[in-house]
Design a protein. Structure first.
Length: 210
């Protein structure tokens, strides 16, 4: 294990990550995987180690993938900024997201087509003919490096909001997605688009029936 999570961003933040096993949708609680429970969020939160690069300006935040996870497979890692005195589900949406393809002892050098999620339908930014899934600014210019996270619309739109991501990717230079999200047919999702310096965008999208 060697700093599979490695982020350089602003100093002064408290970052933590959660790990979801994509084959089961269960969350790592520090000792084992379990079905998601919002009340256990504090157990899912794994604190990143901060190394200050320039005081009050820039820092590196990192964390090794847990050695106790010995099952090979794909894992969704979401990194959150802690907003209060303790990690909470309301800290979402995640500010960074990645899929780690794990061999049981280390990160695989190649993932399965860079896909994220457990569904049967591959959705990309190109899936919407209108181009509405591309990340663009107010002038229509593409935005790269945006974190795109998918939530069930029924979860995202409820009160209180349940931020249990089902897939995530980021954007290329043309604003399209780096990799597909594997989602379920005929299900409606909310896609959040986040990048520091831009307003959070939320797009609702229904996957075509297969």
């Amino acid at each position: 294990m060697s700093r599979e999570t490695n982020i350089t961003t602003a100093d002064g933040l408290t970052l933590y990550q959660t790990i979801e096993q994509q084959s089961t949708g269960q969350y790592w609680n520090g000792a084992a995987f379990e079905p998601f429970a919002a009340a256990h969020w504090h157990n899912y939160a794994l604190s990143l180690t901060k190394t200050v690069l320039s005081a009050n300006v820039q820092a590196n935040y990192s964390l090794d993938f847990p050695a106790a996870i010995a099952t090979a497979g794909s894992y969704q890692v979401n990194v959150y900024i802690q907003c209060g005195s303790a990690a909470a589900p309301t800290d979402g949406p995640p500010q960074w997201a990645a899929q780690i393809d794990w061999t049981g002892t280390g990160e695989s050098s190649a993932g399965p087509d860079n896909a994220s999620g457990n569904g049967s339908v591959a959705i990309t930014a190109e899936s919407d003919p209108s181009g509405g899934l591309f990340a663009r600014d107010s002038t229509g210019a593409p935005i790269s490096g945006v974190t795109v996270t998918a939530y069930l619309a029924s979860d995202y739109n409820q009160t209180p909001r349940l931020l249990d991501p089902v897939a995530a990717t980021s954007t290329r230079d043309d604003g399209g997605w780096v990799g597909p999200m594997m989602l379920d047919p005929a299900v409606t999702y909310c896609f959040t688009y986040f990048k520091a310096g831009f307003n959070l965008a939320v797009i609702t999208y229904t996957v075509p029936a297969s």
